[in-house]
Write a protein that binds this ligand. Structure first.
Ligand SMILES: [Cu+2]
Length: 755
């Protein structure tokens, strides 16, 4: 081949190559694009019920409403309020503003008949430093307030002492400043040689309560190293500070605990340290074992769920509609998530289901922890509901809702994406049966549920709060614990209170108890409390009279007073607990909802312990009381800081009243005993850690309502396996759409507390 021929051939090959590339590109462009999945609600999902706006009577205050309430109160000359931004401990200032729930009777008249809309009101907690009082005001009507009234006596039956207030950002600031500028300089070499203290590498975690009797305000502060996962890095130093004075110059150190030894002052510790006659800590750098930074690069993605034909639920303002369900929701700064007016197939099942309280009682031989009995609503459970992370905290496709809260601030704070709502395939059938004998067929229903969730990070612990709506009319309420365990510096005798989980670190044994309120209304508010259980009884065998057999029988009992229906954890409790109606189903049985508690709790505090009064709800797995608006919560903002004379002692709600044909409220407790172990490092996992309860229909219907679910699948040998008529899965391969996913964003760090 001559040179010209070679050149022509090369040119031809190049042209062919270019033509091929162009052709492939054109073909690729012709390939039809996969459509995005619908953002609209799936057709025909909410045929029977519509949003009506009435749920707004339960909605949290908006940013504007918080502002209006604050401005109204600031103008009231008799209150003499100082803006909380500049208030000192001896001033009068607003601590909290949130929705004051309407009275139930008014709300029901508005929801169910033509009653007027209840006035919209705010509850405002004012710390009256000048008068040594804590006062709760009701302010209304919104949006243009014209009145305020002191509600404290009506709600709590007494005045509330100033010493029972939670510690504010301002007070924390004074305490930490007192340590850094007054006390730590006295310790000089002790801090330097023992902890390599550089003026900024300490963090503090406080033990609570703040003393041993009413009026005490002297807290133990445990020093932790300022590094990722601070709660697992105790340095071996704890300090008890009396901060009862309204003037920070009156703060004083009462005791110091250093490496297992007590001292009465910084001077005493310093002097003994310098003389060399104490057991010293010699600083060694801490390993970074508590960090949550990934230890390996990401590889692959876990499976995702998405809605091919759009959402099957609707969220409008604070109301959710999902298949046969409907409810209103909100998030209290103090108690956390609450739901109201929960209906299934148009009938109200519950007026209110809400989180009430979460407590943890600790054991340790170190002073801060041995005293510790945390009562979280005093710190604010809902207060710490930060932005949820899409794809981890909630499925990526979830609907996210913002909230506004006003607690220890001077203007409402905006918490983006702090509630999520999603429909979720639980990955196992709700029911199914395969018939092998005589008749051959299969019927099944995927367990697709709606979940509304918030997650609250209360210091070291993160609680996940789930309300799960099933297609059979059941509502499950669950709490899961994750986050960091609380730890103590390892000293002699520590191992009586837990396990060593890291160098010099004891994971301290503790109990978790959580309380919920379930104000069930079963076919109305006229209900009674029924228990069911089983007992073996001896029966003569009819066809063989000389023989006797043990046969389990149904045992039913109505409990008629609040005292009978206060079911303690330490007693044998009937297995089935029902809020029942006098109305019957088709089979003549009383319609009811069953309360089924899931709990792995440890022992509750002995009642002889003075602090028990503040957490007396934890005596009872379930307690039934007659509904009263002023018995709205089982705990209070003030219970932590005055556990000995608490604003709310739940056990006083149980006072012998009849619960027959009354409006009933169930107070439900659950929890788990936590013996920390090596695998709690770096975090406690949700698997196995938590509790909850079900509210389940029990003779409420004539049959399982989920039989009407649009998701039911049916197969029999005569139906071609590719028929979609009774089995949408047979056509799934034809349903092609791209998940319609929003971009990932996160702004949760904008909202953190700065002291
Ligand atoms: Cu725990």
């Amino acid at each position: 081949m001559n040179a010209t021929a070679k050149y022509c051939l090369g040119l031809l090959l190049l042209a062919s190559l270019i033509a091929n590339v162009v052709f492939i590109c054109m073909q690729a462009r012709k390939t039809p694009e996969v459509p995005k999945c619908s953002r609209q609600m799936a057709a025909g999902m909410l045929k029977t019920h519509k949003h009506d706006g009435k749920s707004l009577i339960f909605s949290d205050l908006s940013a504007e409403e918080h502002t209006v309430v604050k401005e109204y109160l600031m103008k009231q000359a008799d209150l003499k309020l100082t803006d909380s931004e500049v208030a000192t401990l001896s001033d009068d200032y607003i601590f909290l503003i949130e929705l004051h729930l309407p009275e139930k009777e008014l709300a029901l008249r508005y929801l169910d008949s033509s009653g007027p809309k209840p006035p919209r009101e705010a509850k405002v907690v004012v710390f009256h430093g000048s008068r040594d009082l804590l006062v709760e005001y009701i302010v209304g009507p919104l949006p243009k307030p014209t009145y305020h009234r002191d509600d404290t006596i009506k709600r709590y039956g007494k005045r509330l002492q100033y010493s029972g207030r939670p510690v504010t950002r301002v007070e924390y600031g004074y305490i930490f400043d007192f340590l850094a500028t007054k006390e730590f300089p006295k310790l000089g070499r002790v801090l330097q040689e023992s902890f390599a203290y550089d003026g900024s590498n300490f963090c503090f975690v406080e033990g609570m309560p703040r003393g041993l009797k009413s009026g005490d305000r002297a807290s133990w502060y445990t020093v932790f190293r300022k590094m990722s996962g601070i709660y697992l890095h105790p340095v071996g130093l704890e300090i008890r500070i009396d901060h009862s004075s309204k003037d920070p110059s009156g703060f004083k150190v009462l005791q110091i605990f250093y490496n297992g030894q007590y001292f009465n002052s910084s001077e005493e510790l310093r002097d003994k340290y310098e003389k060399g006659n104490i057991k010293k800590i010699v600083y060694q750098p801490s390993e970074d074992y508590a960090s949550l930074k990934p230890r390996r690069p990401p590889s692959g993605l876990p499976p995702q769920q998405y809605e091919m034909r759009g959402r099957r639920y609707s969220v409008q303002d604070n109301q959710v509609l999902y298949l046969d369900w409907g409810f209103a929701f909100g998030l209290s700064s103090l108690t956390g998530m609450y739901l109201f007016d929960i209906r299934f197939k148009g009938e109200r099942i519950a007026y209110e289901v809400s989180v009430q309280e979460a407590i943890a009682m600790y054991g340790s031989s170190t002073p801060a922890v041995m005293l510790t009995k945390y009562v979280d609503s005093s710190f604010g459970i809902g207060r710490l509901a930060h932005e949820l992370v899409r794809g981890v905290d909630c499925p990526y496709h979830a609907t996210f809702v913002d909230t506004f809260r006003y607690l220890d601030t001077n203007q409402a704070k905006h918490y983006r994406n702090s509630i999520c709502i999603f429909e979720h395939n639980m990955g196992r059938p709700l029911r199914r049966h395969f018939s092998d004998f005589f008749i051959n067929d299969y019927g099944g229903l995927v367990n697709s549920v709606l979940i509304i969730r918030t997650i609250t990070a209360i210091a070291n612990y993160d609680y996940i709060w789930d309300f799960v709506f099933y297609q059979n009319g059941a509502l499950e309420v669950r709490v899961f614990a994750t986050g960091y365990i609380s730890s103590a510096y390892l000293i002699d005798g520590s191992l009586r209170y837990g396990h060593q989980v890291a160098k010099n670190t004891l994971g301290t044994l503790h109990t978790h108890f959580v309380n919920f309120k379930a104000d069930l209304d079963v076919t109305g508010t006229n209900n009674y409390f029924l228990t069911k259980d089983m007992a073996y009884h001896e029966v003569q065998v009819p066809w063989s009279p000389e023989r006797r057999v043990q046969v389990p029988k149904l045992v039913e009992k109505q409990l008629k007073t609040e005292n009978e229906a206060a079911l303690r954890f330490d007693q044998k409790i009937p297995r089935y607990l029902h809020i029942a109606s006098n109305k019957t189903n088709k089979w003549g049985h009383n319609r009811s909802y069953r309360i089924q508690v899931l709990s792995f709790n440890g022992d509750h505090l002995p009642e002889s312990v003075p602090e028990e009064a503040a957490v007396s709800w934890a005596r009872y797995k379930v307690a039934i009381t007659k509904h009263k608006d002023h018995e709205s919560t089982s705990s209070s903002l003030y219970n932590q800081n005055d556990m000995w004379s608490p604003a709310v002692n739940f056990s006083s709600y149980i006072n012998g009243e009849s619960i027959e044909n009354e409006d009933l409220v169930a107070w439900i407790s659950t929890g788990f005993l936590h013996i920390p172990h090596a695998e709690d490092i770096p975090n406690t996992v949700t698997a196995g850690n938590g509790g909850g309860f079900f509210l389940r229909p029990h003779n409420y219907f004539d049959e399982d309502p989920s039989i009407n679910s649009p998701d039911s699948v049916y197969l029999d040998p005569s139906i071609p396996s590719d028929s979609c008529e009774l089995n949408p899965n047979a056509c799934l391969q034809n349903e092609v759409c791209m998940p319609n996913l929003p971009a990932f964003t996160y702004n949760g760090f904008d909202e953190v507390i700065h002291i």
